[in-house]
Design a binder for this molecule. Structure first.
Ligand code: SAM
Length: 310
């Protein structure tokens, strides 16, 4: 997979040299280049920002350096039609990857290989679609990802509009909070995507039961020693009974998901729970409700004791 990251702080991306991602780069599983956006400026101060039209606080990233930087990526890409294919499979107007508008490309000719080869421009933004494990899987199936790290109040919207006619563009948020720049978001997304590529993780089996892979969170994990500071590893994990261990782990995943992310349970695909799963969830939910009622009761007692009760 080829990755191009554009930033005004390329040194922020240094962690991409380390650990599994660094090793994947050494093994040439990842062809990753970090570019300094200021290389596409032409003034003495290497200016990348200006004041916002319409007034307001902060600065906005200028379109010119971004346009020239993206031209470099597009001109180095094989001339693949980049007409969008809608989810229904219809083709819509697009452009060649070299930037020439393409009026219409029939969906039938738009082979899976061509879709794969189209570069995807990922624009980190708190206003983007939320990046999830599903997004990571989708993007891991592509050949070429380009990341545009915004700073200040973000990138002039025309860059995104212009690029959308030439490549697939995905504004992406890593969560509902605001960072100072896109670099930290890119580090998170590249790590989540790259670890899904064949050969990056030593034991691919370790990806199978991870949190978010099938809609549930992972079970708690333990290692040696069996007792640590008076705390024992759950005895079932020492039993050697693989069937019981698997069931215990499944129960733990269900309980943990019910306790911390009930929103995930609400969107589990139909048929993904068996009778035992449903029983575990019923118990977990009843237990949580009883706990809530107990807490509400004890705070009413405390409030009446302190004279704060209504
Ligand atoms: N004015 C923008 C807004 O309110 O939507 C926020 C700009 S933020 C200070 C600067 C840059 O940080 C953004 O352009 C984006 O690249 C990055 N960024 C901030 N929060 C992010 C998030 N939750 N996910 C992804 N990128 C984020």
């Amino acid at each position: 997979m080829r990755l191009d990251v554009f930033s005004i702080f390329p040194e922020y991306l240094a962690p991409l040299d380390l650990s599994l991602i660094g090793r994947a780069r050494e093994k040439r599983l990842l062809d990753l280049t970090v570019h300094d956006l200021r290389e596409w400026t032409h003034d003495r101060h290497r200016t990348v920002d200006d004041t916002p039209y319409g007034g307001g606080a902060g600065m906005v990233m200028k379109p010119e350096p971004w346009g020239e930087a993206l031209d470099t990526v597009l001109s180095a890409t094989p001339d693949v039609p980049v007409a969008e294919v809608s989810p229904s499979g219809e083709s819509v107007a697009g452009a060649s990857s070299a930037g020439e508008p393409v009026a219409e490309v029939p969906a039938a000719e738009d082979s899976a290989a061509a879709v794969r080869a189209r570069p995807v421009l990922i624009v980190p933004s708190p206003a983007g679609e939320v990046f999830t494990q599903t997004t990571a899987r989708e993007l891991a199936s592509r050949d070429h990802l380009v990341f545009a790290c915004g700073r200040y109040e973000g990138i002039d919207q025309r860059v995104i509009d212009w690029a959308s006619q030439r490549m697939e563009v995905r504004p992406m948020s890593i969560g509902d909070y605001v960072l100072n720049g896109g670099e930290v978001a890119v580090l998170a997304m590249v790590e989540a995507i790259a670890r899904l590529l064949p050969g990056v993780i030593g034991n691919p089996g370790s990806l199978d039961e991870e949190s978010h892979e099938d809609g549930l969170l992972e079970y708690p994990v333990y290692t040696k020693p069996a007792t640590w500071r008076g705390l024992d590893v759950p005895s079932i994990l020492l039993s050697g009974d693989h069937g019981k261990v698997a069931r215990w782990r499944r129960d733990q995943r269900l309980r943990r998901t019910a306790a911390t992310r009930p929103d995930l349970l609400a969107v589990l695909p139909a048929g993904s729970l068996d009778a035992r799963d449903s029983e575990v969830l019923r118990e977990a939910t009843t237990g949580a409700q009883e706990e809530e009622q107990r807490e509400a009761g004890s705070s009413r007692v405390e409030a009446s004791g302190s004279g704060l009760a209504e």
